[in-house]
Design a protein around this ligand. Structure first.
Ligand code: FE
Length: 359
């Protein structure tokens, strides 16, 4: 369903009803090509007054308030669809030059990197984006830019774990954590990106030892999502896990006394693994200038605070204040690798996890 961001305007019908998104708590339909292949001709052609079309794998409730605000402020009409990463990229690719999409918003640098590699995004020159988005969080070739930062960190039971016994991602592979670790499936891009950065830091051989150690320490089967993993810790199935910070935030919001806490690992070494959600102007955008205007708008001021705050993430723009609840988790040293590593080493990471028996 192609939807209007501005309230009161009728939604436009597409041949295929598209639902879901990568930010939902279900495993991404890996490579599910063929789902969302409504021909581009079904989408309303862009209007003369410059309507922008956005494809977003970020959930509707996280982007719609921003789109409405953008239209209010600029008078530029905006339509969008939301879907999971796989189908959305497949759709863009299938539509090719006929795509109505001007801007792609998606999560994880691994996905943005893939989109760029498939030729679905175009490079842009923007001093605004260079100023607002740290170099670490943008494509070295300027085809995508981070808009929010999430940390993938250690979560532990405050009832059974003393935080001083925790130290690094690597340490979770030692005998100290035998039968005490929970992990999400290796099929999720978030874990692929984490392992990709470990390969970048340690090389494949050492990383495989680490991942094998994790697998040896597993208390139970891998989980389909971060939330069920944390619920297992609360239930006593395991004591520690690795999750994205905003999923912890959601549980904490519902239950402020949940017996879980975040731990910032690798503070003496590489820093906490961080990743982004972000966006890029599509290769065949009909309104590349307006798409860039929207992208720049999202990178600063209140839009930045909203983009991050709505999902309890960190604004990518260091000038923008962090959400009050997120702030209570404390400051940490983050890994300073360019997040593009997540994409570059994704295939290697997937193969390594497979060899290590991480399902
Ligand atoms: Fe997520």
């Amino acid at each position: 369903m192609l939807k209007r961001a501005s309230i009161g305007l009728m939604s436009l019908a597409l041949a295929v009803w598209i639902t879901g998104c990568s930010e939902q708590e279900s495993p991404a339909p890996e490579g599910s090509k063929g789902e969302a292949t409504a021909p581009a001709a079904d989408a309303k052609p862009a209007t003369a007054n410059g309507e922008i079309v956005v494809y977003s794998s970020r959930k509707e409730h996280l982007v719609k308030p921003l789109f409405d605000r953008f239209t209010e402020e600029t008078g530029i009409e905006l339509s969008y669809i939301t879907d999971s990463d796989g189908p959305l990229l497949a759709r863009l690719e299938a539509e090719g030059e006929r795509t109505p999409a001007d801007l792609l918003i998606t999560v994880d640098a691994g996905n943005l990197w893939q989109a760029a590699k498939q030729g679905l995004l175009q490079p842009v020159e923007s001093q605004v984006l260079e100023d607002n988005v740290p170099a670490q969080f943008q494509d070295p070739e300027n085809r995508w830019f981070g808009l929010s930062v999430r940390a993938r960190t250690i979560v532990y039971s405050t009832e059974r774990v003393k935080p001083e016994t925790l130290s690094t991602y690597e340490n979770l592979s030692t005998g100290d954590w035998e039968g005490r670790l929970c992990l999400r499936t290796s099929k999720k891009v978030y874990n692929q990106s984490l392992v990709a950065t470990l390969i970048e830091r340690h090389g494949a051989e050492r990383t495989q030892q680490i991942v094998e150690g994790w697998v040896d320490n597993l208390a139970t089967d891998v989980f389909p999502n971060d939330t069920s993993l944390m619920e297992a810790i609360v239930a006593g199935q395991c004591d520690v896990g690795i999750v994205n910070t905003y999923y912890f935030g959601r549980l904490q919001k519902d239950n402020p006394h949940i017996p879980l806490a975040l731990f910032w690992p690798n503070q003496q070494t590489s820093g906490v693994h961080v990743n982004i959600s972000g966006a890029g102007v599509t290769a065949h955008a009909k309104h590349p200038k307006l798409a860039l205007q929207l992208l720049e708008w999202l990178s600063e001021g209140e839009a930045q605070a909203m983009f991050a705050g709505l999902n309890m993430e960190y604004p990518v723009n260091p000038e923008v204040a962090v959400d009050p609840l997120v702030k209570t988790w404390g400051e940490f040293k983050a890994d300073d690798l360019n997040v593009a590593v997540a994409g570059k080493r994704q295939v290697e990471a997937i193969k390594l996890m497979d060899r290590a028996g991480y399902r």
